[in-house]
Write a protein that binds this ligand. Structure first.
Ligand code: FAD
Length: 371
């Protein structure tokens, strides 16, 4: 092991969380090695919404410009009845201070972070390296890694696992896994030329009983991203029947759209700790996967990254630093979990309860939208 690899902090996973934590550590003066099992990053997923909390961190990490140039700015989410298309409410997403809200392709966000990581001398990204086992106790984390079929071990005072909702780190520690929520996301994209101009520049959430559909532009407005969130019992969408009865611009866009696949929506146990054995910190979905009813999963991974690097910077004892990280993040995540549960309940309300919901939301919304 070289001097560098001994002192560099290992990070498992080069998704949004792993890359963000690498960058945050480097900006705070730490070296880090990022281990990613894939060798090629694919265009996983489609759209992502980034709220002001995430944008602030991205700005501090020096990637706001790259992210912004691939994004479309939004001011509000319009909630609509999925059948009639009628606007129910207009929910502003920018704060009073004017901080922004962007929508973009997940691959563009990932690319912006990966480019910044590649030009950061304190970071090394090792692709094709898989975490196969991990222990964290006695003040050190021991990682078992596999490259080209050969396994090797590395021991460090601390390690970071950002290996997603189906985390190998979490299962190595014998923790309860993230569970299916009974909801899935079917994702689509359609060329904006083939979609109605009514959908072109805004974020729309189309509500119906037990299901909602979110649409917004990605790739600088060239594509329309469509996510259908509904029960996992339904067949993956095929044919026209599924979209009949939807408001015209939405049904039309779905009929012309390219299906990207189905994502089961998982939820990590609410009681999961973020630090284990005093030596392993969980970041992003590995720590707190939640279904995307508040569009905050990536934002939380980005916030985790910043708080973790800040804690390591402010607290010289790494064990105390990890404790500080966990103490700061758990209450924040608990508040988000409540918001996710509330949105899930409200968005999927069946009739006649949805009529009451719509009336309440309309009263709280600017009058111009009660069309
Ligand atoms: P991941 O993106 O899963 O990355 C994990 C990485 O670890 C991957 O690169 C993987 O290859 C690697 N890895 C896994 N196992 C190993 C191993 N054993 N060894 C080495 N490497 C490994 N969030 C938002 O903020 N806004 C949104 O609008 C939004 N919309 C969403 C819509 C949908 C339909 C879904 C499903 C999610 C949405 N999210 C949104 C959530 C967001 O996508 C996730 O929370 C975020 O991508 C999690 O990032 P991560 O880095 O923690 O995990």
């Amino acid at each position: 092991m070289t001097e560098r690899s001994r002192s560099a902090i290992p990070i498992v996973g080069a998704g949004i969380g792993g890359l963000a934590v690498g960058l945050a550590l480097a900006r705070a003066g730490f070296d880090a090695d990022i281990f990613e099992r894939t060798t090629r990053f694919e265009e996983v997923g489609a759209g992502i919404q980034l709220s002001a909390n995430a944008l602030l961190v991205l700005e501090r990490l020096g990637v706001f410009g790259l992210v912004c140039s691939a994004s479309t700015a939004a001011e509000a989410v319009t909630l609509r009845d999925a059948r009639s298309g009628k606007a129910i409410a207009h929910v502003p997403v920018t704060s009073r201070e004017g901080s922004g809200y962007l929508v973009l392709h997940r691959a563009d966000l990932h690319r912006a972070l990966a480019e910044a990581v590649a030009s950061e001398p304190r970071l090394e990204l090792h692709t094709g390296v898989e975490l196969t086992g991990l222990s964290a106790d006695g003040g050190r984390a021991v990682l078992r890694l596999k490259r080209d079929g050969r396994e090797f071990e590395r021991a460090h005072p601390i390690a970071i696992a950002a290996d997603g909702a189906r985390s190998a780190a979490v299962s190595s520690l014998g923790l309860a896994p993230a569970r299916p929520t009974g909801r899935v996301a079917d994702r689509f994209v359609v060329d904006q030329g083939a979609a109605s101009p009514a959908l072109a520049a805004s974020i729309e959430a189309w509500l119906s009983s037990g299901r909602h559909i979110v649409t917004y532009p990605v790739r600088g407005g060239r594509l329309l991203n469509i996510v259908v969130i509904g029960p996992d019992k339904t067949e993956p969408p095929s044919g026209e029947a599924l979209w009949s009865g939807l408001a015209a611009p939405l049904g039309e866009a779905l009929r012309r759209a390219r299906y990207l696949g189905r994502w089961p929506l998982l939820s990590a146990p609410a009681k999961r700790r973020l630090v284990h054995g005093g030596a392993l910190a969980l970041v992003g979905d590995a720590g707190h996967a939640m279904p995307p009813f508040a569009a905050q999963g990536a934002a939380m991974a980005i916030e985790d990254a910043y708080v973790l690097a800040q804690s390591l910077c402010l607290e010289p004892d790494p064990r105390l630093a990890l404790r500080r990280y966990e103490a700061e993040r758990l209450p924040r995540l608990a508040r988000l979990r409540s918001r996710v549960a509330f949105h899930r309940f409200v968005y999927h309300l069946p009739r006649p309860f949805s009529f009451a919901r719509d009336a309440v939301l309309a009263m709280r919304s600017p009058s111009s939208l009660r069309d």
